[in-house]
Design a protein around this ligand. Structure first.
Ligand code: ATP
Length: 198
């Protein structure tokens, strides 16, 4: 008899300004370790914790380019198309409404999980998704004190890459080859992103 297990779907939220190989490795490692069927990348709309980011359309398109070669990776516009600031609770509610049959696994880096207790509606977050915190260079990964049924930690290959560093490198005229996918390097150049205003 065919298996009837619920689809297992990863949710990789981020500003992705730009998306880089740290994001892609995190998604790939969690997909393997948690036997996921798909990972949905969800670029934020108007980030509530960050200012001065690139337009949502630029970040969405870079995410599409970066994930295009992996059949398990898809990109959702739920946060880009929703007006106003992005809250993780809204992302998960919308994705659960679209895929009510699925078990959702929200993927975050060690830095982002540290803020989890500050999120609104934390109990509903845990009801909607299982949380997976991945290791990230420069950040201590600890889920102590969080409910172990709802939050897991996963050690992944250390890539000391951040979007902030990628932006700064481009603005200084330094290369970002091999930090971000080739198509994203070309997109950044074509659209003159992150160029110094000086
Ligand atoms: P910025 O430098 O602009 O703050 P960022 O590099 O942290 O950006 P985000 O888009 O904010 O990228 O991150 C999305 C998610 O990916 C977050 O949960 C973050 O912790 C995680 N993440 C980002 N970079 C890495 C990395 N190198 N290794 C593991 N996780 C990462």
């Amino acid at each position: 008899m065919a298996s009837t297990r619920a689809p297992r779907i990863g949710v990789m939220g981020g500003t992705f300004d730009p998306i880089h190989h740290g994001h892609l490795v995190a998604a790939s490692e969690v997909a393997q370790s948690f036997d996921l069927d798909e990972v949905i990348f969800v670029p934020t709309g108007e980030p509530w914790q960050k200012s001065g980011v690139s337009s949502a359309e630029h970040r969405y398109l870079m995410t599409v380019i970066a994930t295009a070669s992996n059949p398990m990776f898809t990109v959702s516009r739920v946060d880009v198309d929703r007006r106003g600031a992005t809250y993780t609770i809204d992302t998960l509610r919308d994705l659960k409404a679209q895929r009510p049959d699925a078990d959702l696994f929200f993927i975050t880096g060690a830095d982002a999980i540290a803020q989890i207790l500050g999120w609104r509606d934390v109990q509903e977050l845990w009801d909607l998704a299982h949380f997976v915190a991945v290791s990230r260079p420069g950040h201590t990964l600890s889920v102590d004190g969080l409910p172990s049924d709802d939050v897991s930690e996963l050690e992944i290959p250390a890539l000391a890459i951040s979007s902030t560093d990628c932006r700064e490198r481009v603005s200084r005229g330094n290369p970002v080859w091999y930090l971000v996918p080739d198509g994203v390097v070309q997109y950044i150049a074509k659209h003159h992103l992150y160029r110094s205003k000086a």
